[in-house]
Ligand binder design. Structure first.
Ligand code: CTP
Ligand code: MG
Length: 208
């Protein structure tokens, strides 16, 4: 049995607008991606990072044109994996405890995702703003990473056209589309994602 950590870090970080890809932006004294590498390395047998072309560290693989394509490239480099922990470089506040909790919940299901209960009321609307319906908030979760999978289920789910991968906003949705079962576990509120410069400042404050 082999647990492999996969870190999609191949994005450009357009919304952050830094002078380099987001994974390499210095956050609390080190490149953003390193925080996640350390946490996954403490739990997994091996970690594979999918980085932006031209910026590959040692042992990294080249990312793809979309986030899930990057995950697929990294998984292809880990044929020994029986379980996979996927975690975005953009969430440096992940904890070892959260990763272990997700792995422990991977019993009788194909995937487990860290998620936060939604606190706002969520409405579906047409493009012109007209509300279609209000969803039942008590059953809604905002999904994050880590996301852990049985490796065979994730391999099957990622074996789809690039256009399907590009449309996916997480890996669990691809596993669901392939007929797999996925469960949520509640993540701590601190597991925020660095998208904008304001997020980076918040994360930096938490890490210092
Ligand atoms: N990612 C990736 N390969 C891509 C696109 C994204 O590995 N082709 C990774 C990012 O590096 C990040 C994670 O997926 O760790 C989540 O993506 P996001 O936060 O959107 O990062 P970016 O795509 O880099 O940012 P932006 O969308 O603002 O350009
Ligand atoms: Mg992106």
């Amino acid at each position: 049995m082999s647990v492999v950590g996969i870190i999609p870090a191949g994005g450009s970080g357009e919304r952050l607008g830094a002078d380099r890809p987001k994974a390499f932006v210095v956050c609390a004294g080190r490149p953003l991606v390193e925080w996640s590498v350390d946490v996954l390395a403490s739990v997994c047998d091996r970690v594979v990072v999918a980085g932006p072309a031209g910026h590959l560290g040692e042992g990294w693989v080249e990312g793809g044109p979309s986030r899930s394509a990057s995950v697929r490239n990294a998984l292809a480099a880990a044929p020994e994996a029986t379980k996979v922990v996927v975690h975005d470089a953009a969430r440096p506040l992940v904890t070892e405890a959260l990763v272990r909790e997700c792995l422990a919940a991977l019993l009788g299901v194909d995937g487990v995702v860290a998620a936060a209960p939604v606190s706002d009321t969520i409405k579906e609307a047409y493009p012109d703003g007209t509300v279609v319906r209000t969803l039942d908030r008590s059953r809604l979760w905002a999904v994050q990473t880590p996301q852990v999978f049985r490796a065979d289920a994730l391999r099957r789910a990622l074996d789809v056209d690039d256009a399907v991968l590009a449309a996916a906003t997480d890996d669990a949705s691809l596993v669901e589309a392939a007929g797999g079962s996925v469960r949520v576990v509640e993540a701590p509120a601190e597991n925020i994602k660095v998208t904008t410069a304001a997020d980076l400042a918040r994360v930096e404050a938490a890490l210092c």
